[in-house]
Design a protein around this ligand. Structure first.
Ligand code: NAP
Length: 268
């Protein structure tokens, strides 16, 4: 029996258990996916304990994504992003990875969005914004990062190849978006409220818009984007594909994407 899980605090409302369990059912794998909620100062002991107990893989969420960098051998992308969301215990060493970046790319590609050569605007420079900005740049996009706290956008842009940093003023967004192909919301704006970080007037029909927010599925930003004729990609696609990537990393098998997607969407 393989044991996988999610470590975070809190993890009570996570959608990862049903999504991964659906994959095990579909492929007849003898595996379980459980949630762990260690105290904030116990994360290193928790990772060591998981390794000692023979846990196969862990996902990591808030507030531990940065802390676990010190407990694992992070791969090159996770090190650059500065956060680990997937730990793999199957090799000789305990390794850390970041599947949020690839999750966002796969979500876009799944909707026929071309990343290579695209001009992308990432709104937000927190954990999700960092992962997505590095992912897009690695895949060949030029990236403009706009953030409420502009200094964080400038700092991140200095680390990401071919990136620029900006504030979140309406005129800034209007200028950036007029020439953009891809827009990603990586702020928490729109989560459980009806707000948007991007004024509707700045959107247009040549954009593909990914909202990392997945609750609600149809955010105000995505409604505005659809009204403008843009391609829309909701946050559940990113959530799905970060889980698909983790599953494939741990098991070495192709994930049953449809079953995982169904399990996820039936709960949103
Ligand atoms: P975070 O590290 O706390 O960053 C939050 C970001 O939101 C910062 O850029 C912050 O700007 C910005 N922000 C917050 N309130 C704002 C407001 N009122 N106006 C403008 N900007 C505001 O959070 P995170 O981990 O990056 O997560 C961000 C969102 O992505 C969350 O909704 C999360 O659920 C979602 N997410 C989704 C996935 C997925 O798989 N779909 C994966 C990861 C995260 P400042 O720097 O100015 O504070």
């Amino acid at each position: 029996m393989d044991v996988f899980g999610l470590v975070g605090n809190p993890v009570g409302h996570s959608l990862s258990p049903p999504m991964h369990e659906a994959a095990y059912d579909e492929l007849d794998l003898e595996a379980r996916y459980v949630t762990f909620e260690p105290e904030p100062d116990a994360i290193a002991d928790a990772i060591d304990g998981a390794a000692a107990l023979g846990v196969t893989g862990l996902n990591v969420t808030i507030p531990f994504k940065q802390d676990v960098l010190d407990c694992v051998e992070a791969d090159e992308l996770a090190s650059r992003i500065g956060a680990v969301n997937t730990i793999d215990f199957t090799g000789e060493r305990v390794t850390g990875h970041n599947t949020d970046a690839v999750g966002a790319l796969r979500a876009l590609r799944d909707h026929d969005v071309t990343i290579e050569g695209a001009r992308a605007v990432v709104v937000g420079a927190g954990g999700a914004g960092r992962a997505i900005a590095f992912g897009l740049a690695d895949a060949g996009a030029s990236v403009a990062i706009a953030n409420r706290t502009a200094s964080k956008a400038h700092d991140l842009a200095a680390e990401v190849p071919d990136a620029t940093g900006h504030d979140l003023a309406e005129e800034t967004l209007a200028e950036l978006l007029s020439e953009a192909d891809v827009l990603v919301n990586a702020t928490s704006v729109g989560m459980d409220d009806d707000e948007t970080p991007v004024p509707a007037e700045t959107l247009h029909g040549d954009l593909a818009v990914l909202d990392a927010v997945y609750s609600p599925l149809e955010t105000r930003l995505l409604r505005d984007a659809a009204d403008a004729g843009a391609t829309t990609v909701d946050g559940a696609w990113m959530l799905l594909y970060q889980g698909v990537e983790a599953f494939e990393l741990w098991t070495g098998r192709d994930a049953p994407v449809d079953a995982m997607n169904q399990a996820l969407r039936s709960r949103l």
